[in-house]
Design a protein around this ligand. Structure first.
Ligand code: 5GP
Length: 204
């Protein structure tokens, strides 16, 4: 069996990465990576589904135990990817999908350069601002902070392998799925299977 791929989705808040992420999980057999966070659950969020919600103290214990593949502070809360389930899933041939901030992408790429990183962006900043306003969850101040952060995140584009401009969300989802298919079909990701086929031929 081929080892699964590690696919990372990132991009500014408001670009639609959360929607794209959950649709891909719904439509494929990819495994999601459930992050740990110290932030409070939002209404409707479920422990173990959206996040593992932990206290700052519990989180620090996990850091000390080396439980994280990466950890970052985002908007004054800690977020981290637990290591063990990711490698377990990959070993069993599953592709694993992550949604992390840009710092998370950098740490993951450092530890695991084969990870495929996809940046989700709106067609322009004006659209990003409109979407953030439409969410109705941001104050003027937090809107400014998020737009400033979006610019900084986009300027880190060299960390990424692909960019998808989310104009129509269904098209953006299709593009991400196309990227994943192309990555799965790379020769380098199919060597074991090809070798097995060749061995079969030798036996005949
Ligand atoms: P939210 O609080 O809105 O769920 O997430 C805030 C930000 O944290 C998002 O940009 C999201 O991508 C990022 N995030 C969620 N989980 C992780 C994680 O495990 N690691 C990192 N580095 N960022 C994360």
């Amino acid at each position: 069996m081929n080892k699964g791929l590690l696919i990372v989705i990132s991009g500014p808040s408001g670009a639609g990465k959360g929607t794209i992420y959950s649709q891909i999980i719904k439509r494929t057999d990819m495994k999601r990576s459930v992050s740990v966070t110290t932030r409070q659950p939002r209404p409707g969020e479920v422990e173990g589904v959206n996040y593992y919600f932990r206290t700052e103290e519990q989180y620090q214990q996990m850091i000390a135990a080396g439980d994280f593949l990466e950890t970052a502070e985002v908007y004054h809360n800690l977020y981290g990817t637990p290591k063990a389930p990711v490698f377990e899933n990959m070993k069993n041939g599953y592709n694993v999908l992550f949604e992390v901030d840009v710092h998370g992408v950098r740490s993951i790429k450092k530890k695991y350069p084969e990870a495929v990183a996809i940046f989700i962006m709106t067609p322009d900043f004006k659209t990003l601002e409109q979407r953030l306003r439409a969410r109705g969850t941001e104050t003027e101040d937090s809107l400014k902070i998020r737009l400033g952060a979006a610019r900084r995140e986009l300027s880190e584009y060299k960390l990424f392998d692909y960019i998808v401009f989310n104009d129509e969300v269904d098209l953006a989802i299709d593009e991400v799925l196309d990227i994943i298919t192309a990555e799965k079909r790379k020769i380098i990701n199919n060597e074991e299977k090809i070798q097995a086929l060749l061995a079969e031929q030798d036996e005949e």
